[in-house]
Design a binder for this molecule. Sequence first.
Ligand SMILES: Cc1cc2nc3c(=O)[nH]c(=O)nc-3n(C[C@H](O)[C@H](O)[C@H](O)COP(=O)(O)OP(=O)(O)OC[C@H]3O[C@@H](n4cnc5c(N)ncnc54)[C@H](O)[C@@H]3O)c2cc1C
Ligand SMILES: C[S@@+](CC[C@H](N)C(=O)[O-])C[C@H]1O[C@@H](n2cnc3c(N)ncnc32)[C@H](O)[C@@H]1O
Length: 638
Amino acid sequence: MPELKHRVQITDLEFKNEKTPYSPHFRDVYFSPESGIEESRYVYLEGSGALAAITESKPELTISEIGFGAGLNFLLTLQEFRRSRPTGTLRYFSFENHPVRKSSLETLYQNIPELREESRMLLEAYPVLAPGVHLLRFFGGSVSLYLCLGDATELLGELDFKADHWYWDGFAPSRNPEAFSEPLFDQVALHSKTGTRGASFTAAGWVRRTLETKGFEVRKREGYGHKRECITAEFKGQPREIDREPWFSTTSQKRLVPGMHVAVLGAGLAGSAIARALAERNFHVLVFDPNGVAGRASSNPVGLFNAQLSKIPNPVSRFSQLSLISHLRELERLKIKSSRGILRTDIHDPSPLLRSDYPADFFEVQDRGIFFPGCGMIDPRELCRSRLNHPLIRIETRAVTSVQRSDDRIGLHLMTEDRPLLFDHVVYCLGADPKLPGVSEFHDALHDLNPTRPIRGQIIFTDPVSGSGTLPHALVEEGYATPLIEGHHVIGATYQAKTILPDQEERDTETLLSSAQKWPVFAGLKREHVRRTKTGYRLSTPDKLPMVGPLCDPEWMKNHYERDLRGAKTRTGPPLRAPQGEWLLTGLGSRGITYSSLSAEILAEWMTGSPIPLERELLEHIHSARFFVRKLRKSGVE
Ligand SMILES: Cc1cc2nc3c(=O)[nH]c(=O)nc-3n(C[C@H](O)[C@H](O)[C@H](O)COP(=O)(O)OP(=O)(O)OC[C@H]3O[C@@H](n4cnc5c(N)ncnc54)[C@H](O)[C@@H]3O)c2cc1C
Ligand SMILES: C[S@@+](CC[C@H](N)C(=O)[O-])C[C@H]1O[C@@H](n2cnc3c(N)ncnc32)[C@H](O)[C@@H]1O
């Protein structure tokens, strides 16, 4: 992944004549000084046909915008949606490579009382401004904002959706030709259907001609106020398929639609996250777990949510970053208690943070390391319970003993029932111990291709030592140490993938003590301070990324893809076939808290056939079929 791909530059608005937001970088205003609201409504909402579609209550509507800027177009669209109260859904993709800092938006919105409620909602959901897609949901999910941070042309190439309406609002073409360029409009055409309409404030001849060469019929309209002209355009071309590799198909799976029955197996961090994500999309979910809520790996009393760094952004650091941001929003939404602040004493140089586009206020460089005021710790059990506390979720603690498939439905056998319970969709979130007849066969057959493995981990609970009791936040280096929690520090965590020795517990305790003793505040920590230990197993993948997507059929994959994939660069082949309606969310490794949150949002969108809120490149790095696709590609499989 090239170093600077999807880079964003966070922007502070400047104000001309006190009220007009202005970009010093592009030397242009965001919207008209006289009447931004009226002009934007006229040029974009009316001009693109979006306003009429909203008031006609079209059941599903997709709007896409080049240039989120100060969010005015979005807020106006949201307001119209709210006013007309259609029963349908609105998806709003907006691309922005210079996202505006939240504090700037707060100042700006004080001058726009007409949009008070909408701007409050946007500010509440506004994410940490890192590159990539941020899915923000409003009105119980009937409006989804895909805030896509990075260069519009690049990101469009990474996303699969078709727009009904476009707002082309990337500053004046003379100031910013890139936002009206050929490659950008190629992507616009690819993401359009016959009849898709778009609008722009500019009527520049070369912009009109570029649009025409891409299949749009362009018409000039009278401009707003003193402006002479603006444009409206309609796509008359043939819609094209967005070309993707079939083995990573996201459209060939059975779609979850209202009225279908869903089961989730496992009530740990993975299962609770997907159950919640589906319940928030109005599906009834039955969660099975013989060990109750958070009974296995997710049963620690404390876990950290932390930033993962790398010298240059890579799939792990990027997915971790987006996951952390998604989790921070989840904490706000579910009002889960957390204790904030992590001091990382293993890093002193902030440049990886800046390179991965963490905003400068996300961390503080201190003498002893780098402090992250927004990261912290929570009780994972509490997180699982809060997620599952939803009227559409029921929990069943009888054990599922096997899985059977018949007539497009999935039968779950329970210990005490003669007949299986039938479901349309099942999500397996079985963690490190997936021994379930009907599912394990897939795991076993895949074992060679899908090298996940359980990794033992241990934490210890210690008494405070001199001075440690006042530690205000968690410390992280090789391991971590927490401030006092119910009278004890928690020190974690070990990783043991190999043979577990008879004295493993003692060895791990020693390892944890010696890693903590390196911090001056824990220098006096000794064996006699250890009150108890706790172990668990997390399911880990070799690339440290989760497994998200359909439960794939290895035999079918081998038969259909082996020839195509071996050493070849081909992108052709039949679309991925998997047992229909069966899904995996697992392999969360040692990042279950953050990974579960974003993975579940992605999987829920995937299951419901919605556009996936993640760049294609990253999706292929978490796809449940990736290990055998890689293996087939390399060598074929015997
Ligand atoms: C020592 C240790 C420290 C950790 N520290 C952190 C940390 O600081 N931060 C962090 O983010 N992560 C941490 N983790 C990782 C995190 O705990 C895991 O990633 C996470 O718990 C995995 O969640 P899961 O839902 O996949 O698995 P689990 O929590 O194990 O859930 C799987 C569930 O599936 C159920 N199940 C199994 N078979 C069936 C069946 N047939 N039917 C129904 N249900 C079934 C099991 O009962 C179990 O409850 C730590 C892990 C360990 C072990
Ligand atoms: C006129 S402003 C948009 C105003 C916005 N639609 C609103 O309603 O507030 C133009 C925006 O386009 C963004 N932009 C310019 N070129 C871009 C590109 N290549 N990719 C993504 N965003 C871009 C700019 O950073 C700027 O925020």
